[in-house]
Design a protein around this ligand. Structure first.
Ligand SMILES: [Zn+2]
Length: 347
């Protein structure tokens, strides 16, 4: 590994990687955030680099913005043989879509993912197909397809498995379903930080509070709340959101995440019940509209009006990642499956 340069781009390396280095932020615990510049916007999705004898990148963002991440890693002095691990909190394309490209650019890196989702990285056809359905035009414009990764490069992990970064630094993987049934959180025992992917929610620039992320296809309320409880038991020194950055103080942020998740679910459930007729049958077509609109009206002030005026990307970021329609669809699917008795314990 070459000596890292300062926070600004190393122009030579950036050119090699085919993109200018994106914004890079170093936190006081040594964690380095590389902005993936997803959708060409800043502060949407972060990749976190943990420097150690065997360095790890946590999340890489979508395929279409992966050149930014590669340029960021190169600017930080990472040669192709340097990256030991890419850890994915889950395989939704805004986190993991570029994993195949990272595997190619860093041929010694092991791709770490929950064993529940591992096979979809080796054979991403189903993952890409369902993403194209869920994301619509964004699939082509913002995310792009995940390319297959050789099975021997993928390490599927179970709850409490660890990764050795060398020099006494260990990452522990916590199985934290709820947002998705294959979600894991990453506990860095060296810094005490937890990297929560989407399991704590999102808080983007311009947002006043944490917003839960409850998308289809397997959002599960009780599992999500239990996962937050597991983080709280760990008393983390910091919580890093994939979208976007640290939330401080961590204990208050985790309490807020719990409270906001319960609130969103109860508002959505009340709206869902309003759509049921006397026989308990939802009217086709209008149910999702009603729940999404109810959530939008109730929670629109989570995006600060002042920020919307000064930052034209503030609303676009939120809509891209976490619009009320996607949250409504995930919550509705959860209510339907719960009421039909087809829910499992985690998804
Ligand atoms: Zn996400």
């Amino acid at each position: 590994m070459r000596e890292p340069d300062d926070d600004r781009a190393d122009t030579g390396s950036a050119e090699e990687a085919g993109a200018a280095a994106p914004p890079i932020e170093r936190y006081d615990d040594g964690v380095i955030a590389i902005d993936t510049l997803t959708a060409g916007m800043t502060s949407v999705t972060a990749g976190y680099l943990l420097t150690a004898p065997r360095p790890a990148l946590i999340e890489c963002g979508p395929a279409l913005s992966i050149d930014n991440v590669v340029a960021g890693l190169r600017a930080l002095g990472m040669d192709p043989s340097d990256l030991a691990y890419l850890v994915l909190t889950h395989i939704h394309l805004d986190h993991a879509g570029g994993a195949g490209d990272i595997a190619e650019a860093f041929p010694d890196a092991t791709i770490v993912v929950s064993d529940v989702g591992a096979r979809h990285l080796h054979d991403p056809e189903r993952l890409n197909r369902s993403a194209a359905q869920v994301y619509g035009p964004l699939y082509d414009d913002v995310y792009g397809a995940c390319t297959p990764i050789a099975a021997e490069r993928i390490r599927g992990v179970a709850d409490r498995d660890t990764i050795d970064l060398g020099g006494g630094r260990t990452l522990e993987l916590l199985y934290t379903p709820g947002h998705a049934k294959h979600h894991i959180g990453v506990h860095d025992h060296d810094t005490g930080a937890i990297f929560s992917g989407d399991s704590v929610g999102v808080k983007l620039p311009g947002m006043t509070v944490l917003r839960p992320a409850t998308p289809p296809a397997d959002f599960h309320l009780e599992a999500a709340l239990a996962s937050l409880g597991r983080y709280r038991e760990r008393a983390p020194a910091r919580v890093y959101l994939a979208h976007y950055g640290p939330v401080d103080p961590p204990e208050a942020a985790l309490a807020e995440a719990d409270e906001r998740l319960r609130l969103w679910a109860s508002v959505a459930e009340a709206a869902y019940l309003e759509t049921l007729d006397a026989t308990g049958t939802p009217p086709t077509g209008t149910e999702l509209d009603h729940v999404a609109e109810t959530l939008r009206r109730r929670f629109h002030d989570e995006v600060d009006a002042g920020a919307l005026e000064t930052d034209p990307d503030a609303q676009r970021r939120v809509d891209l990642l976490n619009d009320t329609r996607s949250n409504a669809a995930g919550l509705l699917r959860y209510f339907h499956r719960r009421d039909a008795g087809t829910l499992t314990e985690v998804g």
